[in-house]
Design a protein around this ligand. Structure first.
Ligand code: PMP
Ligand code: GLU
Length: 402
């Protein structure tokens, strides 16, 4: 559809200045191509390909039958917040009382609530790169100034304490990162997290947003939370959700544990935007947190197996440099060896060109590293069947060696 420019100008500066989510855009492009009759393999969206475990679905059905069909308190059903509080204590050594929990329509909304609650125009937010696409735009939408701290493949995509120290200014308000990381799959150990926290301890104006949504997809052993550091624990907002570990992306349930004053502010914002999250979903999610983690562990084991397969297959593609991620379900290979090259008459200057070429030539959708603040890479989600992964990487190899 061709847009009339005079109409476009009626849009707010806010939305005109906003970038579309690259992950969502790429998966839509794959869907469109498919609808045109092409055989497209989409490894673009970060979404587990498993169904929600049965016991969680059963709990939601029961909640519906029991009449959980009404508005819920804005920060969430008390029994879900109690289950989250217990989970934080039991699994993460974190002390957030139920009153310090805010349940939202996905962790994405939790991040938006926090940014809108905390940031004034000009406040600096240190974001570790590669970063998840939406961090950058949500921070900007809230008036914050993203300050990007980059870590490349040679440092396993992990930011070092001295880098963090060098980026702190009087205007720094927030530090934002995910572990396990989307897009790199890197996992920070407890020692690494605490070394970062040590750098923040003296700066009382700085808060941390620790996004732990991939907690359960961790191949390195125990998950660690920066909020357990005694020197900064009262300044850490821990975000998590049901989407990844329980394969509940469509249920739209995320949550945060936060200092009380931040939790109250986030509930105030949410009370004007969306109110409480889905009633029967929260009942089922409470059971999921308290219940059997067996299906979650099975999914994690399946991802671990696919990771081996993907790394193995990619090692046979020339010019693709891949590390061994310890979590999430992504690989983030460095493909800068292709920049400046022409293949099949198509010149590749950056990661966007690289991904456009793969979509057009191989009908494989992956996401350009530029969207994650690392133009030398691309992200491949291996939340897909082994057959699809073999087919897709075979096609990628063929297209690149043409
Ligand atoms: N954080 C990270 C790092 C993510 O990859 C995602 C992707 N879904 C989210 C937060 C948001 O998850 P949701 O809104 O589905 O809970
Ligand atoms: N977080 C997932 C991803 O990175 C889902 C899509 C999105 O919300 O951006 O692909």
């Amino acid at each position: 559809m061709i847009m009339d420019q005079s109409v476009i100008q009626l849009l707010s500066d806010r939305v005109l200045d906003l970038q579309e989510s690259a992950t969502i855009k790429m998966s839509q492009m794959a869907r469109d191509l498919r609808e045109q009759g092409h055989n497209v393999i989409s490894l673009s969206l970060g979404e587990p390909d498993f169904d929600t475990p049965d016991h969680i679905k059963e709990a939601a059905k029961k909640a519906l039958d029991d009449g959980y069909t009404k508005y819920t308190p804005v920060p969430g059903l008390m029994e879900f917040r109690q289950a989250i509080s217990r989970k934080f204590k039991r699994e993460n050594e974190l002390d957030y009382a139920p009153s310090q929990i805010v349940v939202s329509n996905g962790a994405k909304q939790s991040i938006a609530n926090l940014s809108l609650s905390l940031l004034n125009p000009g406040d600096e937010v240190i974001i570790f790169a590669p970063y998840w696409v939406s961090y950058f735009e949500i921070v900007r939408l809230a008036g914050g100034v993203p300050v990007i701290l980059s870590a490349g493949i040679d440092q396993d995509f992990k930011v070092l304490p001295e880098q963090l120290k060098g980026a702190i200014t009087d205007k720094t308000k927030l530090v934002l990162f995910s572990s396990p990381c989307n897009p790199s799959g890197s996992v920070y150990s407890k020692e690494e997290l605490f070394a970062l926290a040590d750098e923040l301890e003296a700066h009382e104006q700085i808060h941390v947003l620790s996004d732990e949504i991939y907690e359960h997809i961790n191949f390195s052993g125990k998950h660690a939370s920066i909020g357990a550091h005694p020197g900064i624990k009262d300044r850490v907002v821990t975000i998590n959700g049901m989407s990844k570990g329980f394969s509940m992306t469509g249920w739209r349930l995320g949550y945060m544990g936060a200092p009380q004053w931040i939790a109250d502010a986030c509930a105030k914002i949410q009370g004007q935007f969306t109110s409480g999250a889905t009633s029967f979903g929260q009942k089922a999610a409470a059971e999921a947190l308290d219940g059997d983690l067996g299906p979650t562990k099975e999914m994690c084991a399946a991802f671990a197996k696919r990771r081996e397969l993907v790394i193995d297959l990619l090692s046979e593609v020339p010019g693709v440099k891949c590390n061994k991620p310890q979590g999430a379900f992504y690989v983030f290979p460095d493909i800068s060896a292709y920049f400046g090259k022409t293949i099949n008459g198509f010149t590749i200057q950056n990661s966007d060109d690289f991904c456009t070429y793969l979509l057009q030539e191989a009908h494989v959708a992956v996401v350009a590293g530029s969207a994650f603040g690392a133009d030398e890479c691309f992200r491949l989600s291996y939340a897909a069947s082994e057959a699809e992964l073999r087919d897709a990487i075979g096609r990628i190899k063929k297209a690149l060696t043409a």
